[in-house]
Design a protein around this ligand. Structure first.
Ligand code: GLP
Length: 243
């Protein structure tokens, strides 16, 4: 795991975009694993800004989202499908038919998870998996307790995750209590992984991920066993790291 401390949240986004765009220049048909959440908003804004000036094309890439809320239709404004459409897909030249999501409204969510992971395999696997991290060390929606060798599954969201997600939902609307996510083992199959974390609220999760034991108590700690993971941090997120 390579850990890089950047001078600001803006620098995290710029460094991350450098890496994504270098891949797109080398492999215009790259397969990207997409993350959502507040950390990704300025990151994707940087992609859009650079897309307009650098002429990198998204036309041939394919994408797979990490996760989705259970019971939320793709058309709901807080769905992760809508998130990507709003912050990225509507602003670049991506082919929407190559953007894949888990269906949180599927009747049989177990079968939906298996279908989705099979689709990732058939596509040839993820070249670059983007990740944020939850305050409790979750990746995707693999909450603490999720097995480190786990596949796609339905998860009960932690109270802290529900609280952190509230701002994305219309006022008065409840955040779903469950989500469907690809598993930690599936994330680890990506050929490269890029995790971004900014802000002091992530510091404890970051130190557990980087310096703690590999344990289901902090699903992100499994990234220690991945051969090609880069972590980009701002100073507040990195502040508890000893090494
Ligand atoms: C959600 C997503 C995760 C993301 C996390 C962090 O829980 N499922 O993929 O990493 O939020 O979000 P934020 O960047 O808003 O802190």
């Amino acid at each position: 795991m390579r850990v890089i401390r950047c001078e600001s949240g803006g620098a995290v986004c710029r460094e991350g975009t450098d890496r994504v765009f270098a891949l797109l220049k080398k492999r215009p048909d790259a397969i990207l694993g997409m993350a959502t959440g507040n950390t990704m908003v300025p990151f994707y804004a940087e992609w859009v800004r650079r897309f307009r000036v650098e002429g990198v094309s998204f036309r041939r890439i394919s994408t797979f989202n990490l996760d989705e809320y259970v019971g939320l239709p793709a058309s709901h404004p807080a769905s992760f499908r809508s998130f990507l459409a709003e912050y990225l897909y509507s602003k670049v030249d991506i082919d929407l038919s190559s953007t894949h999501v888990l269906d949180g409204c599927a009747k049989d969510l177990g079968a939906e998870g298996r279908r989705y992971e099979e689709e990732i395999r058939k596509a040839g696997g993820i070249d670059l998996q983007l990740l944020g991290i939850g305050q409790n060390g979750h990746i995707g929606f693999n909450e603490p307790g999720s097995p480190l060798d786990g596949r796609a599954h339905v998860v009960e969201l932690a109270a802290s995750t529900i609280a952190a997600s509230r701002s994305a939902f219309p006022k008065g609307e409840e955040v779903p209590r469950q989500a469907v996510t690809i598993g930690v083992a599936t994330i680890l199959e990506a050929r490269s992984i890029l995790l971004l974390a900014t802000g002091a609220s992530k510091a404890e999760a970051i130190v557990a991920m980087v310096e703690g034991p590999q344990t289901a108590g902090c699903p992100a700690s499994a990234l220690q066993r991945h051969p090609n993971t880069t972590v980009l941090l701002d100073a507040p997120a990195a502040r508890l790291l000893k090494r």
